[in-house]
Design a protein around this ligand. Structure first.
Ligand code: NAD
Length: 485
């Protein structure tokens, strides 16, 4: 079901952004435009930072030493959460304008951000030091070794993708604040506005401005400085595999946290509750316009239940109200731009030409691409072999669990997965044999707490995790000290 034309065209005046260099607003001499993907209207102008401006932000960050106590950090993060919650509607609308994601998705996005801040605030209060007695062996003595975690000496560079404009940024900034680090964020040039809002919120909440800068610009011009500057100790990146591997090669002798693309399967066994599986499939495939690293990108369905599953999936797909992102009733807005929508169209056309059957959707209007179901897909088709980062539901049929596991593991990715079954023997095999970072039983692959470890293996990442707790670990150095006691 598509809404016919924009009922809520953006009426707000164009926003003119400035860089945030350690809290200072710096208007760039050059700027670029951010357009609302649904109508193409310009909604903001954003500065193109120069390499010198990036260097200045890094220099300030490197030289600053935060004196914030655990309680100070707790207070700032909690306050920021309150400020974001109070501005929920306004921030959601802004993210809708920069991304084309519908309000339902962006309101959820803002709610998640408050969760991240809540967890980070509480973790700031937890002392994670350890104590080791030294009289444990015949060679020991009466002494104790203690550990403590310290912030990095240099700055953290954070580079984020377009698909969750606030959450990808906050998952890096909140743990950095909680651990007394200093961080420079370069958000995606496609969705740069939420990062500026977050910076202002944190400054207002009392964050020393030296601890956070936001720079926007052309990655070809400024990204290299964020990867190679001697002032940077750690690069935390979320985005696609190609850029991630480029960063891995460029950021030499720096700690790297790389969270890359996914190609997550939802596996439906013959004993599954088919209605539940189809509901998980549809929400996992179409939420956030299918643009989640952990979206359901392949549906592997046992041939005995495949017909029933497909019938329900098609029903649910046709019931998705897609169209005007600013209409509060819309379930799915646009994808990030028309080029992305055309790419999905081309991949689906190719699959159809190779024998897949189109059952729903596949209608394109600008950056709007209808929720699309294709059945009888084979694992070699490009639409499932590589990451299709949009609202496409390809169904692959299989005969038994060995085949399901083989197909699930057959791509270059290893982020997350979902399995629909009640059989413990199946669950055990999936948990043991899927080459992924997460296995969710009877849930979408994207299910997580903002606190829990999150991240993939193979081309989806180096296994170094995100999630508030893991990020706080990777953003700190462990120091040991021992005393005669
Ligand atoms: P992208 O890789 O195109 O861009 C990500 C960021 O990298 C942007 O800020 C961009 O400006 C920057 N960049 C571009 N060229 C660069 C360079 N040469 N050096 C340094 N930085 C550079 O990704 P995208 O299209 O914005 O996001 C979609 C991708 O992100 C998908 O593959 C998705 O699966 C992935 N993703 C992964 C996770 C995860 O946690 N694993 C989460 C969300 C998204």
């Amino acid at each position: 079901m598509v809404s016919p034309k924009p009922v809520n065209a953006p009426t707000a005046p164009i926003r003119h952004e400035a860089l945030r260099i350690a809290g200072r607003k710096v208007a760039g001499e050059r700027s670029f435009e951010v357009r609302y993907p649904y109508t193409g209207e310009v909604v903001a102008t954003v500065p193109l930072a120069t390499v010198e401006q990036v260097r200045e932000a890094l220099r300030i960050a490197k030289n600053y030493r935060s004196k914030l106590t655990r309680h100070d950090r707790y207070r700032i993060l909690m306050r920021a959460g309150e400020l974001i919650a109070a501005r929920r509607d306004e921030i959601a609308r802004l993210i809708t304008l920069e991304s084309g994601l519908c309000l339902k998705d962006t309101l959820y996005e803002v709610g998640r951000a408050s969760d991240v801040l809540l967890f980070a605030a509480n973790q700031a209060l937890v002392d994670d030091g350890q104590v080791f007695s030294c009289d444990l062996t015949p060679h020991g003595k009466s002494r104790k070794v203690y550990t403590l975690r310290e912030p990095l000496l240099g700055a953290i560079s954070a580079i984020t993708p377009f698909n969750h404009p606030l959450n990808q940024v906050i998952h890096k900034v909140a743990p950095a604040v909680a651990t007394n680090n200093r961080i420079i964020v370069k958000p995606s040039e496609k969705t740069p506005l939420a990062a500026y809002v977050l910076a202002d919120v944190l400054y207002e909440a009392g964050l020393p401005p030296e601890m956070l800068s936001v720079v926007t610009g052309d990655p070809k011009e400024i990204a290299d400085e964020l990867l190679t500057s001697p002032d940077v100790d750690l690069v935390t990146f979320t985005g696609g595999v190609a850029v991630g591997k480029h960063i891995a090669a460029r950021a030499v002798y720096k700690r790297q946290v790389l969270e890359l693309g996914g190609n997550d399967p939802l596996i439906v066994m013959e004993d599954a509750d088919v209605e539940e599986a189809a509901a998980l499939a549809a929400s996992g495939s179409y939420k956030n316009s299918g643009q989640r690293c952990t979206a359901v990108k392949r549906m592997l369905v046992h041939e005995r239940v495949a017909d029933r599953f497909v019938e329900r999936l098609v029903q649910k797909t046709k019931a998705v109200k897609y169209g005007d992102p600013l209409d509060p009733a819309t379930d799915m807005g646009t994808v990030i731009d028309e080029a992305a929508a055309r790419e999905f169209e081309a991949r689906v056309d190719e699959a159809i030409a190779q024998g897949a059957r189109l059952l729903a959707g596949h209608v394109l209007r600008g950056a709007l691409y209808a929720p699309t179901v294709i059945d009888r897909v084979s694992p070699e088709m490009r639409v499932v072999k590589t990451e299709t980062f949009g609202p496409v539901s390809p169904v692959i049929r299989f005969a038994d669990i060995d085949e399901a596991i083989r197909i699930a593991n057959s791509t270059a990715y290893g982020l997350s997965s979902a399995v629909c079954t009640n059989r413990l023997d199946y669950v055990t095999r999936f948990v043991q044999e899927l080459h992924v970072g997460t296995v969710n039983v009877r849930e979408v692959p994207g299910y997580r707490l903002e606190l829990t470890p999150f991240g993939g293996i193979k081309d989806s990442g180096l296994g170094y995790k995100e999630g508030v707790l893991e990020a706080m670990k990777s953003f700190t150095n462990t120091k040991t000290y021992s005393i005669p006691f």
